[in-house]
Design a protein around this ligand. Structure first.
Ligand code: 9YW
Length: 444
């Protein structure tokens, strides 16, 4: 493996290398998520990327978020992909067929689903950087906040209503892609019930851009992914119709925790600019989803669970989804138990790990596959989320541990999409924008 013989790089050098990746992935309008594999803007990537960009220029970071907001749907949904002109990516606009929806944004092509709502968490982090950078950047930030607060609010309100009409405290996703963790074992049971019928043929492009196709989801997975896209296009992206007809309906505990965390953070930002009633509305959303996440914790394992809404069953594979409470808090006892578990032998403390970082699936779970995408590898952005939440909670020790280990992992400057948990080998795409962004944030 490459990582084994790569010496640790000083933080300054790593920050420079990360900044160079961000600059070279900038196509003049937006940053592509990755140079070859993902040649467009992805929603949650853009949030992490903007945190990295803030260290280079706060206005540039805000421009990245503006580009995303411009693609917001009339319903309030922030779409998971904003398509640029170029791009060898499947499924592209032709397969998504979002022009069938009256709610799509004007003048920009997007996908028709969403991704985790991390944007306000990023926004607040950019605000912290702006404050340190002085009056001009601070003013740019305040202006942006005033101009976009209603957009972020509408995004959270859409998730809380269209995706959780029953006020359960877990919002529903209609595609594994909406979770950001495409082929995570979290979705194995619900996907096993998605049985594609006859469909228009398609050709995958993702497998042309990685060294080893075993690092990517399988063909059988992809047929299901596209089947669901076709179902949504068939429903003309009408939220009510989709909720009644789609073959995949799951309450996503990890994204619900992010919604709770992001709503609290956005409430504070709203208060800063005197938007009291918006702040109140956001706190109500935060409280509902925090409760939903805590209620999803299994009394046996102490891990939070997703819930299949079609069968009603709890989904309890041991994945990072289980640690959702560590993002949004809500119960000190549960949190203390989760912290110990996270550092214990099933997770960061597993003796075979090269770096003591959270793997996407526990190496001790049957579903674990060390080099396949969301089924085992370590993802730097996920570790950033846990580190960031720990720091916000005042747990500097955990936050620092994750930061230091991540910097060691990232010191080969390949900025891979994900890493082999046992060998430390970089996997998937290289020069991935969000990986460079968190590396920069950690080392700046
Ligand atoms: C795909 C861009 C995206 C991430 C997702 C990740 C992957 C796209 O890449 O999905 O085609 O598989 O799963 O979280 O936003 O980096």
């Amino acid at each position: 493996s490459r990582a084994a013989d790569t010496p640790d790089r000083p933080a300054g050098e790593l920050a420079e290398a990360a900044a160079a990746v961000l600059r070279s992935n900038d196509n003049g309008v937006t940053l592509v998520a990755a140079p070859e594999l993902y040649p467009h803007q992805w929603s949650w990537d853009a949030a992490f990327i903007s945190v990295g960009l803030a260290h280079l220029s706060v206005p540039r970071a805000l421009a990245e978020l503006s580009f995303l907001v411009r693609a917001q749907w009339r319903t309030g949904m922030i779409p998971h992909i904003v398509f640029g002109d170029s791009g060898d990516y499947f499924p592209g606009p032709r397969r998504w067929r979002t022009e069938r929806s009256p709610n799509r944004p004007a003048g920009v092509a997007t996908s028709g689903i969403c991704q985790p709502p991390v944007h306000s968490i990023a926004l607040a982090a950019i605000g912290d950087v702006a404050r340190r950078h002085g009056a001009t950047e601070r003013r740019a930030f305040d202006e942006f906040l005033r101009a976009t607060l209603d957009s972020w609010l509408a995004w959270h309100v859409w998730l809380a209503t269209a995706r959780d009409p029953g006020e359960t405290g877990l919002f529903e996703i209609h595609h594994g892609w909406e979770s950001g963790m495409d082929n995570s074992p979290r979705w194995d049971a619900p996907y096993s019930r998605v049985v594609p019928g006859p469909m228009e043929p398609f050709e995958r492009r993702d497998i042309l851009h990685v060294e080893d196709i075993n690092e990517r989801p399988t063909d059988a997975d992809y047929r299901r992914y596209i089947w669901l896209v076709d179902q949504m296009a068939e429903a003309r992206y009408d939220d009510d119709v989709i909720a009644r007809t789609i073959d995949f309906r799951v309450g996503d505990v990890f994204s619900s925790a992010l919604l709770a965390q992001a709503s609290d953070v956005l409430a504070e930002l709203a208060e800063d600019i005197g938007r009291r009633s918006a702040a109140e509305q956001l706190r109500t959303i935060a409280a509902r989803f925090r409760r939903g996440v805590i209620e999803a914790v299994s009394p046996e394992t102490g891990l939070a669970r997703d819930r299949d809404r079609i069968t009603g069953e709890w989904l309890s594979t041991a994945t990072i989804g289980g640690f959702a409470p560590m993002l949004c808090g809500g119960d000190d006892g549960i949190l203390a138990g989760q912290r110990a578990k996270l550092l214990g032998p099933d997770w960061c403390g597993h003796p075979a790990l090269r770096y003591a970082l959270v793997p996407s699936t526990s190496p001790n779970d049957d579903a674990f596959q060390p080099s396949r995408y969301w089924r085992g590898p370590q993802w730097p952005v996920i570790n950033w989320l846990f580190a960031h939440a720990a720091s916000a909670r005042g747990d500097a020790e955990l936050s620092e541990t994750l930061r230091e280990e991540s910097l060691r992992q990232l010191s080969d400057a390949s900025f891979a999409e994900y890493y082999h948990p046992f060998t430390g080998e970089p996997l998937g795409s290289r020069y991935q924008s969000w990986t460079a962004a968190v590396a920069l944030d950690w080392s700046a």
